[in-house]
Design a protein around this ligand. Structure first.
Ligand SMILES: [Zn+2]
Length: 305
């Protein structure tokens, strides 16, 4: 009886020790798309507020660099949003080009039209990055070109322009919630916002687990990660929880150049490094579970709209 109790105690202690083991560390770079203005702006908020909450969070969590990718047309649509870029730069975070109007390489009528959109995005970035390397490009929609001829020509042209290409390895689709969040704030529907946050953070937990599993399956290790997030009101509200979850999973923040120095990014050419590798090898990665709440419809129905 006593021996059994001791054995049970030993087993319990062993499992407690296993639980207390810190998670395997991995590097992660933070990249933020659609500066200075992603998605609709909730009333009472400014673009500079959203940027300021991001950079305050990065400072508090010891993020050494958050690379921001700019759609310069937003500066003309919302002139006040220039303050968001000033906030970003005064915190020391770099800016790169995300094409002037977020034109997809696949959707562009011609390659020349797409090149013109990329070129039109340069001046606003260069002016804010004097003396620093701003020639980093993030493909809008991560669309690197499904047509092989256009894909190769765009890549060759970007390389000739001196661009380095920002890859991605993980994203939690924060962009999908930005519109619904604005509608829910307008209705003051805190119950709906709470339900969306619960769902989203469950998706983040699942996404981190799938991120590690896919990396181990494809590369035999957890590669340095590049997180893609967006500078919207939803991200401002949820990124503190997202970073907390990443840190609990073993994340250590690094620069984009540091993450992409890893061999896993050698062939990435600016797209999703994990999906590209899986496609190349014919491996079907597990998909996220179906959503309980559809952010495309939340806070849209009823008379309050
Ligand atoms: Zn974008």
């Amino acid at each position: 009886m006593f021996g059994t109790t001791l054995a049970l105690l030993g087993a319990l202690l062993a499992s407690a020790t296993a639980l207390a083991q810190p998670p395997e560390r991995f590097d992660i770079a933070i990249t933020v798309d659609d500066l200075p203005a992603h998605g609709p702006l909730p009333s009472g908020m400014t673009r500079a507020d959203i940027a300021a909450s991001h950079v305050a969070l990065f400072k508090a969590r010891g993020v050494p660099e958050a690379f921001g990718f700019v759609n310069a047309n937003r500066l003309e649509q919302e002139p006040d949003s220039a303050a968001a870029l000033a906030t970003w730069r005064s915190a020391g975070h770099p800016l790169g080009n995300h094409a002037y109007s977020h034109l997809s390489l696949d959707a562009a009528p011609t390659l020349a039209a797409w090149q013109a959109d990329v070129a039109a995005g340069e001046a606003a970035v260069a002016a804010r990055m004097t003396g620093q390397d701003w020639r980093w490009f993030r493909y809008p929609y991560l669309s690197t070109g499904t047509d092989p001829v256009r894909r190769g020509a765009a890549l060759a042209w970007l390389t000739a322009q001196g661009y380095r290409l920002a890859g991605v390895s993980v994203s939690f689709d924060d962009w999908a919630y930005t519109d619904a969040y604005t509608h829910c704030l307008a209705r003051n529907d805190s119950a709906a916002i709470g339900a969306m946050k619960k769902q989203y953070l469950d998706e983040v937990d699942d996404g981190i687990a799938r991120m590690k599993a896919a990396s181990r399956q494809l590369f035999g290790r957890v590669i340095p990660q590049v997180l893609l997030t967006h500078v919207g009101a939803w991200s401002a509200a949820t990124l503190p929880d997202v970073l907390e979850r990443l840190e609990a999973a073993g994340a250590r923040y690094v620069t984009l150049a540091s993450a992409q120095a890893d061999a896993a990014y050698a062939q990435a050419a600016g797209g999703d490094v994990v999906e590209n590798e899986a496609r190349r090898r014919g491996i079907a990665l597990p998909r996220p579970p179906a959503r309980r709440l559809d952010p495309a419809t939340v806070c849209r129905q009823g008379s309050a709209d």
